[in-house]
Design a binder for this molecule. Structure first.
Ligand SMILES: [Ca+2]
Length: 586
């Protein structure tokens, strides 16, 4: 049993076998049910001992774990001084995570979700969460979903597919990070801490306790999956609470949080004239994007409508300048040329020192609509809203006056340093992941090279710091891998292949020991998985690059191979916050 064994097209690690032994041991007592067990009832009971080992493995792999409690037994209302039901622990006594469960009801199966016990609760002081516990299809795995923006709402967690649990489902949870709405909540110091890192941690603690009570056993494997703010949460977990999750997928992490708000303020300011009017308008973006592609597509060695590494591009917006006294959607006014330069540059002070490790990446132009370019006249942009909320309510120990606006933020070294004290709370930039690595944790970081919301250059910059701290690229890749998707915008969408799955690679890595070498991204006619496939393209573990073999369609991933650059890329960006990528006390 301790040997690695092939089954279901995959490989079992000794660790996985341990799970199987434990799961098989539960067969009689906990009524394991599932696809294989249903098809062959004898494999679902004590007779499993008499089947061949392969059949045993197959049955256990497909097995699901049934609850040992009715769903409604999980509800607890400490405020009403009701005692927990018999056999249910008092969730209010969870160390560091006093929990009230206000609702626990069974929700019927739909086309998108299995039947599940819907648990809604609060962890003190006011961390809201929802935990969905499959009633008949739970397969022993827990997955916690990340949030977006500054959170403030519980995004109803969905049930992701995973080929190691055919017919089975994760228990899934999500949290509002301890507050509702935007901005004003952050006047409370405890709520700042809960948002920064505590909420995700205590929800994982409470969820595992509830799972243990409901199914009679703790989850065998725990995962975290998030993008943007959720990517930051994933890195916070790996850095601060390495025991919480076995596998973490951190997409487009907003991990250099405080400086990122300076970036947002800069982008918003870059596109407003002295009278407060927008400079660059949405009608200019298609021509700008086309001009950038024409200038930079081929720099990666293949003219395919993709800029594989925008750092190679040096597009001059002045090349699009309209003839004097004219204006058209196909050209930029002189004022627009200057605004576009600032947008690509990202925040700098008067001496040219960077206040963030990057600006808008070349290729991202079409996604600027709504970000720092107004979707409609007078509509607030995302960059302005995020930066305003942050500097008014979250960014300083003492909030500025109510009249404060991003026009008041000085793009100076002093201005940068003024964000440091609270940045220590929110930033997830510690490269020392030894504790996470040593307990067997696996980390997939990913981002789009055309991310309009978080400049993608900051992510390889952090990954390089991680390599420096963790013993180099090879040693780091044993537990943490980075995937950069060339044409992808922020967390979703893009001007090329932007659909991919990160769950299966993560689960396979954690449970089967299969480190992901590549992730194939797909582009479809509609941008949805149901559309007609236009292109597939592999993305290799950074810094390996996809290279065309020279024959066959460039729209078929099969015609690309991974090539390591002859020299390792230098991902260090010179900027004022380089010291943030050091472990505390280093
Ligand atoms: Ca190209």
């Amino acid at each position: 049993m301790a040997q690695t064994k092939r089954f279901f097209g995959g490989w079992l690690s000794p660790r996985r076998s341990t799970w199987l032994i434990r799961a098989t041991g539960l067969l009689a007592g906990l009524a394991l049910v599932g696809g294989a067990a249903s098809a062959n009832p004898t494999s679902g009971g004590a007779a499993a001992e008499h089947t061949s080992e392969a059949a045993d493995l197959e049955a256990a792999a497909n097995a699901t774990i049934a609850p040992v409690l009715p769903c409604s037994a999980l509800a607890q209302f400490p405020t009403l001084e009701t005692q927990p039901q018999s056999g249910v622990p008092d969730f209010f006594q969870i160390p560091g995570a006093p929990t009230e469960i206000s609702s626990a009801i069974v929700v019927a199966a739909t086309a998108q979700a299995p039947e599940y016990c819907d648990v809604q609760g609060v962890i003190a002081p006011q961390i809201g969460f929802e935990l969905k516990l499959p009633t008949t299809t739970y397969a022993g795995r827990y997955m916690q979903m990340g949030c977006g923006g500054e959170c403030g709402r519980i995004g109803s967690p969905s049930f992701p597919a995973c080929d190691l649990q055919p017919g089975g489902n994760f228990a899934v949870a999500a949290t509002n990070d301890g507050h509702t709405g935007a901005g004003v909540w952050a006047v409370d110091d405890q709520l700042r801490v809960d948002f920064a890192y505590r909420a995700v941690h205590v929800v994982s603690v409470a969820a595992k306790t509830i799972i243990t009570a409901y199914y009679g056993a703790a989850p065998q494997h725990s995962y975290f999956n998030g993008c943007s703010e959720g990517g930051r949460e994933g890195l916070e977990e790996a850095q601060r609470f390495p025991e919480d999750f076995d596998g973490i997928a951190a997409g487009a992490p907003a991990s250099i949080w405080a400086p990122l708000e300076i970036f947002q303020a800069w982008e918003a300011r870059a596109n407003v004239d002295a009278q407060g009017h927008p400079i660059l308008t949405a009608d200019k973006l298609p021509a700008l994007h086309s001009a950038v592609l024409a200038a930079c597509d081929g720099l990666d060695g293949l003219v395919d409508g993709q800029i594989n590494d925008p750092r190679l591009c040096h597009f001059n917006p002045g090349s699009m300048r309209c003839p004097s006294g004219t204006d058209a959607p196909t050209c930029l006014t002189s004022q627009q040329v200057e605004a576009v330069r600032k947008i690509y540059s990202g925040p700098v002070d008067a001496q040219g020192q960077r206040l963030y490790p990057g600006g808008e990446p070349y290729g991202s132009e079409l996604a600027w609509n709504g970000w720092m370019v107004q979707r409609a006249p007078g509509a607030p942009t995302a960059a302005e809203s995020l930066a305003t909320d942050y500097f008014k309510f979250m960014g300083f120990a003492t909030n500025p006056p109510a009249s404060y606006s991003i026009l008041d933020f000085p793009f100076t070294e002093q201005g940068f340093n003024s964000t440091r004290p609270l940045g220590e709370l929110y930033d997830a930039t510690n490269p020392d992941l030894r504790a996470f690595r040593d307990r067997g944790g696996k980390l997939i970081i990913w981002q789009g090279w055309a991310d309009q919301a978080i400049p993608p250059t900051g992510t390889p910059d952090y990954y390089e710091a991680m390599q420096d701290r963790m013993g180099g690229l090879t040693a780091t890749q044993r537990f943490a891998r980075l995937f950069m998707f060339p044409t992808m915008y922020h967390c979703a969408g893009g001007y090329g292949p932007d659909l991919f799955d990160v769950i299966n690679p993560l689960v396979h890595w954690v449970e089967l020991g299969q480190a992901p070498e590549q992730i194939v991204a797909t582009q479809t006619s509609t941008g949805l998985p149901t559309g007609t496939v236009i292109r597939t393209r592999p993305v290799f573990a950074y810094p390996e690059q996809a290279a065309y073999t020279g024959s066959g369609s460039i729209d078929d991933a099969a015609n690309f191979v991974g090539v390591m650059p002859s020299r390792p890329p230098n991902d260090d960006v010179k900027w004022l916050g380089q010291d943030l990528f050091k472990a505390p006390a280093e």
